[in-house]
Design a protein. Structure first.
Length: 324
């Protein structure tokens, strides 16, 4: 059922791959699945230490204003200005063997970038947009080019933050106005089970593991397939963190690299967080070249969800689905 997927090696120079923190595309191990045309699974192509950059960005930088997160729905704006600063000491001291209150970072469930997804209307809008992070855009463009999608523009991102009691229900990503561009998914931290289904909700899915550093590309026929993340699992190596996250970043970064060195202090906080967590970044192009959003009446443009959002749920022992 699994076959080796051909990549467009010449479309990404080794220098650009290095600048994005990736191995040369010729060294990537990419696979497809029979019956799922357009689905590509890339086994961790990141250079040693480079996953740390994206973990730190997802915890320290990307949750900052003007980006939007789930905590904005029920906390005053001044309370969510610096989640990292409010959480780092609590996380660093934390023992996961005891029941301790969760820090604000541990209460983070999602962050939206670029065009901010409205969880109520399931739409994007022109008037709820903030600049997309340039480092993440560059990474996404190189991966898209390697998979044969030249001209991909990273316009929207949804970052999901999972713990061992978290799950993501079955859904299809169809809110983007143009579906000819791929959806890119990056995973960091603990492992998970990913279910890839069909065009109809009731079709039996194929299950696979996603480990730290793995990338999935959903394009063509597979772009609009149902999928879910029913379980987050401890990394199969049996250690607190996958070995790929223990690797230090080279001190010799190429000119123009988007990767930044993390301080030991920052990485200690990230590492403690990841001992019981997984971070997923999904990147999308919302509009085709030259396309515009349709005019909408009666919208307030804020695009924020109500507190009944159930996109990203936690499973509790006593209750099957507990909304955020």
């Amino acid at each position: 059922q699994v076959f080796r997927s051909q990549l467009n090696i010449s479309s990404v120079s080794d220098q650009d791959a290095y600048r994005a923190g990736l191995q040369p595309v010729s060294q990537w191990k990419a696979y497809g699945l029979n019956g799922y045309p357009g689905f590509i699974f890339i086994l961790n192509p990141f250079l040693p230490g480079c996953q740390r950059h994206w973990v730190k960005q997802c915890l320290k930088l990307y949750p900052q204003k003007p980006n939007v997160c789930n905590l904005d729905l029920h906390m005053a704006p001044e309370k969510t200005v610096d989640l990292w600063g409010q959480s780092k000491e609590q996380l660093r001291r934390k023992s996961f063997n005891k029941r301790e209150p969760r820090s604000l970072l541990e209460k983070l469930r999602w962050v939206t970038l670029g065009y901010h997804y409205n969880w109520d209307t399931k739409k994007y809008s022109a008037n709820h947009h903030t600049p997309f992070p340039s480092d993440l855009a560059f990474l996404s463009e190189q991966v898209a080019k390697a998979c044969g999608f030249r001209g991909f523009q990273a316009q929207a991102g949804i970052l999901n933050y999972y713990h061992f009691d978290s799950s993501l229900g079955i859904h299809v990503d169809e809110s983007e106005l143009d579906h000819s561009h791929p959806l890119l998914s990056f995973s960091f931290g603990q492992s998970s089970i990913f279910l890839l289904g069909g065009l109809k909700r009731e079709e039996a899915p194929t299950a696979m593991f996603m480990h730290s550093g793995d990338i999935m590309v959903m394009s063509g026929f597979s772009r609009l397939l149902y999928h879910a993340v029913p379980r987050v699992l401890p990394n199969p190596e049996g250690t607190a963190l996958p070995s790929c996250l223990d690797q230090a970043l080279s001190s010799d970064l190429p000119l123009g690299s988007v990767i930044e060195h993390s301080s030991d202090e920052d990485w200690q906080v990230c590492a403690k967080y990841l001992q019981s967590s997984r971070i997923n970044m999904t990147i999308r192009q919302v509009l085709a070249e030259g396309q515009k959003f349709p005019e909408e009446s009666g919208t307030n443009g804020k695009g924020q969800a109500s507190s009944k959002d159930s996109h990203h749920q936690e499973n509790s022992r006593t209750k099957r689905h507990k909304p955020n």
